[in-house]
Design a protein around this ligand. Structure first.
Ligand code: FES
Length: 170
């Protein structure tokens, strides 16, 4: 039985085939992962941050997600370059990213949410590692961070259920 291809627009397909800023940054200032390797939907963001100005000088990603995830992650790395962490935190939402990419099929919205969740997690981690709490950063997780957590919990639960019985025992 063949599957019906999803109606991705040409911009998504182009970024999926030729993603920009793909790969590790070896000397990244901060690295954050969202998703779960068990289900394959995993994304890592690498940010190179100017510690004086708090401007993102370079952003790259690795993704094991679908076309929508790769395309949204790629466009995120372009959108955040040369912006301050505060501007990125305030301005970059999954809705904006989805719009920038020309739209996604609704069943693929969560892929863009996961990309922005990984980005926000990286920014939060940057400040946490330095024991600092900027006034503009809410204590509570954003929608995207919450969604990333939910996906991870769900994937963990499913991978435990799918494990053979003998592997479950300690
Ligand atoms: S990242 Fe999971 S389906 Fe797209």
């Amino acid at each position: 039985m063949s599957r019906i291809p999803l109606p991705y627009n040409p911009k998504v397909m182009d970024l999926f085939r030729n993603p920009k800023n793909l790969g590790k940054i070896e000397d990244a200032t901060v690295v954050a992962v969202a998703g779960n390797p068990a289900c394959g939907d995993m994304i890592t963001f690498y940010l190179k941050i100017n510690e004086q100005t708090l401007v993102i000088e370079k952003a790259q990603f690795e993704s094991y997600g679908c076309a929508a995830n790769i395309a949204t992650s790629s466009i995120v790395t372009e959108m955040i370059k040369n912006l301050t962490l505060e501007a990125v935190w305030t301005d970059i939402t999954w809705e904006k990213v989805t719009q920038e990419i020309g739209g996604l099929p609704s069943v693929k919205f969560h892929c863009g949410v996961l990309a922005v969740g990984a980005l926000k997690r990286a920014i939060r981690k940057y400040f946490k590692d330095r024991n600092s709490e900027p006034a503009w950063m809410p204590k509570e997780n954003t929608f995207e961070e919450k969604q990333a957590l939910e996906e991870e919990e769900l994937a963990n639960m499913l991978s435990k259920r799918l494990k053979p019985e003998e592997e479950k025992s300690p």
